[in-house]
Design a protein around this ligand. Sequence first.
Ligand code: ADP
Ligand code: MG
Length: 455
Amino acid sequence: MSRSFSNIPLAETCLANLAAIGYETMTPIQAESLPEILKQKDLIVQAKTGSGKTAAFGLGILAKLDPTVCRVQALVLCPTHELAEQVSTELRRLARFLPNIKILTLCGGVPMQGQLSSLEHGAHIVVGTPGRIQKHVRKGSLPLSALTTLVLDEGDRLLDMGFYDTIIAIADAAPAHRQTLLFSATFPERITEMSAAVQKQAVRIAADTEHCDKSIRQLFYTVAHPERNQALYALLAHYQPESTVIFCNTRQTCKDVTEFLRHKGYSAAGLQGDMEQAQRTLLFTQFANRSISILVATDVASRGLDIESLAAVINYELSPDPEVHVHRIGRTGRAGKEGLALSLCLDSQEYLIRRIEECQKRPVTRAALASLTPRPGTLAPPMVTFALNGGKRDKIRPGEILGLLTGDVGLAGNQVGKITIFDSIAYVAIAREAAATFKQWLPNGKLKGRVFKAV
Ligand code: ADP
Ligand code: MG
């Protein structure tokens, strides 16, 4: 693929400006995505930070912009104020070849008034954070009737910051006939969900990704069907991951595997799709605060499980769908840490391995079960969870719980783990070695009239 900008249908003045700002050749993600962007397709573009995604959508926006119409034709949503400023700066540089293009940055945390008067003067492009943009859309100060391009930049971070519903609401307020471009450095499952909600027949493009190779160590172990439990045990004893999700294809297998692991002394919990929400929330909380170290789940049941760093994913059974396989293992190795993906496969599943290789465009690495050696170590997770029967509704704050535990109860600060507060319940993780001290205190202790109990 040619990397020269001049092979792309861009205006001569635009090309001259690119040369002037020192953009000689396209970056790989620009070369892959720009032709499709100019064809007005909806795209999901995945590439690591610093790969030039802003210019990819920026040039697309400018190519179809009508400078004579001073109405908002493009809207770019960014997760933070700082990123919105960066995007605006880059867009202004790219737009120098067009006369009098107005680009407005609209973010929260500043008074509405100044933004309202800027909007009254009109703008061609608006860049902003979802919350504030939605506020303007609701108020009617940001009309979207002339919008032709909607860009969701840093899609993974927009989701991490809880903007899903806000984004859907903004997209719903925009004309249905538009181009929607979604950019992201990583590709969590929920990106697909967001894409389905706001895009049409989106094409996925990836280049320069931070995926598999670098951040996930993936190994396949061939095993005979009756020996799968023993193999799983050998994997856990050898690698001793701090947190593991084990995938099975059926609920019954999940139950069997959970039972086997508990019998072996592990703190494992099965995650069922039909579980009550409160029960799921408790399990997710315990897993995230390190008081359960293994979750056993089917693909359906694992939906919504979104943890910052997962030490390992183990496929007790391979998924029949290679894309599902890639999703499963994508859960480990986040937050800059190397992940570990271990898969058990049967002799009869060679065809599945070939499909996985095709899907990930890379041969898989095999390892032998015989190479595993159990290491001494403790099976108990480092923390224990306690529940307080009060939460946000009772104005319970993390600082108060921490203050009580390090004050009245007499724990050291580093013996108190994650504190998670919901509407009417709160959970706190306490170091296993300190749990007994806390239990002794429990019968007499209260916080704002609420009591703690072990879960
Ligand atoms: P991303 O959004 O993918 O993290 P940016 O769009 O912020 O990356 O681009 C990173 C840097 O690369 C910016 O400083 C930008 O000016 C520069 N850049 C982008 N495209 C090109 C190019 N084709 N040639 C040279 N520099 C480029
Ligand atoms: Mg960017």
